[in-house]
Write a protein that binds this ligand. Structure first.
Ligand code: PLP
Length: 379
């Protein structure tokens, strides 16, 4: 069994993907070919925003957003302490300071209460200028944007959605990658919508920002090719990845998103009565795109035992994430304004189990049975 079976997906979509690959090879337009602009329109329409600008990866997408918003030295950017490294890395790379904020135990996403506490701590110190919040849609579930937008408005902060894992999630009828001022996503192969290499995108309704992002991804280019107006990046999505993503987006919309939601519901109904396991909680009105199906155990020992028992049965599982951002060596010298006890506890107790749109009913049953047996060996 695979953790996320991308080969099974390829076999299901093989005919169309092979055709897309060959058509790109034959086109001779490997950089910024037609597929790129068409994909951007399709993505913007699906997400429900005016502009989608693709780029080389999800990390660059965040960097493009920060550069567009002029965030740099002396600025404070609030990030959840429990996420992938890139969310805070880009802040430091731009010379700004990441402020680590605690998360909610049940949704894994940035906590509004902890965010208020962190903003107050930075304001009281009076050294950094609070500028932005980067909220992450961890494991496929959108962060609490209604609460976060209200906090951002009250403190005059920009709100960035890091939707690298969130593509396809919803709050009410609104889709992920449309929340906040600017949103970003990643097309890394294992994300909800993945390509066959690296890729990413930025989403916004702001015309002027969209124009700046389009310039920044092409070395800060002006109207003419050799007119460079700002310092930018070389960060484009390859035509070949755009062509693959057109096929994959169609499958994602047609059935993959509902298939993975069905898989998650199956897990939840099979695992719900096991004492000592907390299941992922999707609040009322929210929809997850299930980048991960993540269990919470009661202790580190229980988590590690379950992981070992699954490994013995040849079932892969992953610890996302074994370390908080504030514990990373790279941030050893970065000031910690508040404590993040929930993020720390989660690093000891979480375990993600296999899930993807092509997982079979029998495979879900097998994983659930092995988990059950790990808790009740006599059964
Ligand atoms: C994967 C990921 C990124 C970075 O995306 P890449 O395409 O790998 O650069 C950023 N933030 C989060 C939360 C991610 O999961």
């Amino acid at each position: 069994m695979q953790f996320r079976d991308l080969q099974r997906q390829y076999l299901a979509l093989k005919e169309e993907i092979d055709q897309a690959l060959c058509a790109t090879a034959a086109s001779g337009r490997y950089i910024m070919g037609n597929a790129v602009a068409i994909l951007e329109e399709e993505l913007a329409r699906y997400v429900g925003v005016r502009h989608c600008i693709t780029c080389a990866n999800g990390t660059d997408a965040l960097t493009l957003a920060l550069k567009t918003l002029n965030i740099g030295a002396g600025d404070a950017v609030f990030v959840p302490d429990f996420t992938f490294f890139a969310t805070a890395e880009v802040v430091a790379l731009e010379g700004a300071t990441p402020i680590f904020v605690d998360v909610c135990e049940d949704t894994f996403n940035i906590s509004a209460t902890s965010l208020e506490e962190a903003i107050k701590a930075v304001e009281q110190e009076g050294v950094l200028s609070p500028r932005a919040i980067i909220a992450v849609d961890l494991f496929g579930q959108p962060a609490d944007y209604p609460a976060l937008s209200e906090i951002a408005r009250r403190h005059k902060l920009l709100l960035i959605e890091d939707g690298a894992q969130g593509f396809g999630g919803t709050i009410g009828k609104q889709r992920a990658c449309s929340f906040g001022d600017i949103a970003t996503t990643s097309f890394f192969p294992a994300k909800p919508l993945g390509c066959y290499g690296d890729g990413g995108a930025v989403f916004t309704n702001n015309n002027q920002w969209a124009e700046t992002i389009r310039s920044l991804r092409l070395h800060g280019r002006g109207v003419e090719k050799y007119d460079n107006q700002r310092i930018g990046l070389n960060s484009r999505l390859d035509t070949i990845q755009a062509a693959i993503l057109q096929v994959k987006l169609k499958a994602f919309i047609q059935h993959e998103l509902t298939d993975i939601q069905t898989a998650a519901e199956r897990y939840s109904s099979l695992l719900k009565d096991i004492d000592g396991i907390a299941l992922p909680n999707v609040p009322e009105g929210y929809g997850s795109s299930w980048a991960q199906y993540t269990l919470r155990l009661e202790s580190e020992t229980q988590r590690d035992t379950l992981k070992e028992n699954l490994a013995k049965a040849e079932i892969p599982s992953m610890i996302y994430y074994p370390r908080t951002l504030s514990e990373q060596t790279a941030f050893a010298k970065t000031k910690k304004y508040i404590t993040t006890p929930t993020a720390h506890r989660l690093t000891k107790t979480v375990l993600s189990i296999p899930i993807h749109p092509y997982i079979k009913k029998e495979e879900i049953k097998e994983v659930a049975e092995k988990i059950q047996r790990s808790f009740h060996p006599a059964v």
